[in-house]
Ligand binder design. Structure first.
Ligand code: SAM
Ligand code: SF4
Length: 409
């Protein structure tokens, strides 16, 4: 979501006549578009602000703006003062940046209707903003507000424009995309409609309570949908899920995964897990490990609990000591990597159609994605957005390695 917001900011300031540079020293204006989900994101921003302050005193950088979720948090007032920031904007008033860079004010620019990046081979399309859940640990509802769903026509219109302009890969975006609903339509209706128009579609992030079985089946049935599901579980313990206000039990999550595995046998499944939420006991942690084993995730983002001021969890008793959090983190990580490694081994020897994404590895290989949603490193000169076919020669826990590209197809 931040990458998408940064794209829009980039286009806006380019419209104002700015060109992008790679080093702070070369910039007249620096915009830090920020995340507030965990404290380490804020620490990093403080580091950047300190450096920018110095460069500005030396006359090398002229102006600094802070946007995104930190800008929407109360803490931004103190940061503004400490680092003498010129402009602080939250998530709902980014359009004010237009005036700051000398463009006419465009209030409508930063509504959910603003199109994503056009002309690129892949694009994000926001279908909803905000979130109606109140997970104990999460600052998102505070900084992004309540859920607003974008009308179906508007989404489809944008997708059609993007595809007509050459975009081949659409990612539908939202904090809880599967909660999308509008005028009697639900997320699966939207996904199916988008999959009719776009050659390749993915969506993130989903919430287990909103995930319908028919959506899981649609992933398996529709050729243009990437067979990859990101479904954050957070914990395997019913007790913790309740404390977190997640709204489902581990058993219901397991059932969803069974349906997914049955409907999409070759698909990949990833999740988010928080370790060390206040009150998490050894038994809760054991249950998370058990769920991780049962679901055999292909990958996971594992987070150490980070207290966010203003959330319920920040003032809950039962802080888990750092050393225990670290051990639990490593235990979950080890379990995930073991599962992922053995699942990836099954892909070795198979031929895959690979979509080439942006970026290259250090040894010059292209980074691609299979239809099953696996990341692949492949030796090819094909440009981002193109497809190649190659056989998978080996696999690690995070990535598959393809051999020579098959040029006969
Ligand atoms: N909306 C998505 C959902 O409900 O799963 C996730 C959005 S959140 C930006 C991404 C992930 O960050 C969450 O799934 C959670 O695992 C993690 N997260 C959020 N708040 C956190 C906190 N205070 N400490 C540690 N991890 C956190
Ligand atoms: Fe945060 Fe996701 Fe929970 Fe919403 S559903 S409060 S974004 S973790």
């Amino acid at each position: 979501m931040n990458v998408h917001d940064s794209d829009r900011i980039r286009r806006m300031i380019q419209d104002a006549g700015y060109a992008e540079v790679q080093r702070y020293e070369d910039a007249d204006l620096v915009i830090l578009n920020t995340c507030y989900v965990r404290e380490n994101a804020v620490d990093r921003v403080r580091g950047h602000l300190g450096e920018l302050n110095r460069l500005r005193r030396e006359g090398r950088v002229k102006r600094v703006a802070l946007t995104g979720c930190i800008g929407a948090a109360e803490e931004s007032a103190a940061l503004r003062q400490t680092y003498d920031i010129d402009l602080v904007l939250g998530t709902h008033n980014t359009y004010e940046l237009a005036e700051f860079v000398g463009l006419p004010t465009m209030r409508e620019t930063y509504t959910p209707e603003l199109p994503g990046t056009e002309g690129g081979h892949s694009a994000f399309v926001t279908i909803m903003t905000g979130c109606n859940y109140q997970c104990s640990y999460c600052i998102v509802p505070t900084v992004r507000g309540r859920m607003i769903c974008r009308p179906m026509d508007s989404v489809i219109g944008e997708v059609e424009n993007l595809v007509a302009g050459g975009t081949g890969y659409i990612t539908l975006l939202g904090q809880t995309v599967d909660a999308w609903r509008h005028e009697g339509k639900r997320f699966c209706d939207l996904l199916e409609a988008v999959s009719e128009s776009a050659p390749r579609v993915w969506f993130t992030t989903s919430h287990p309570s909103n995930m319908e079985d028919r959506t899981l089946r649609a992933i398996g049935e529709r050729d243009s949908i990437v067979k990859r599901l990101h479904l954050p579980v957070q914990s395997g313990s019913d007790r913790m899920l309740k404390v977190m206000h997640r709204g489902y039990k581990a058993e219901r999550y397991r059932r969803k995964i069974e349906i997914f595995r049955e409907a999409v046998p070759d698909g990949t499944l990833s999740t988010d897990i928080i370790v060390g939420h206040p009150g998490e006991t050894e038994e809760d942690h054991e249950q998370t490990l058990r769920l991780v084993e049962d679901c055999a995730f292909d990958s996971a983002y594992i987070f150490k609990f980070s207290p966010r001021q203003g959330t319920e969890a920040a003032s809950l008793p039962g802080t888990v000591p750092d050393s225990i959090v670290q051990r639990r983190f490593l235990e979950v990580l080890r379990q995930i990597e073991q599962n992922a490694f053995s699942r990836n081994q099954h892909k070795v020897g198979g031929e895959e159609e690979i979509y080439i994404r942006h970026g290259r590895t250090e040894d010059g290989k292209a980074i691609g994605e299979t239809w099953s949603g696996h990341a692949v490193h492949v030796k090819t000169d094909a440009a981002p957005g193109e497809y190649v076919r190659a056989t998978i020669e080996s696999a690690g826990p995070h990535v598959l390695y393809a051999g020579e590209v098959d040029t006969s197809v």
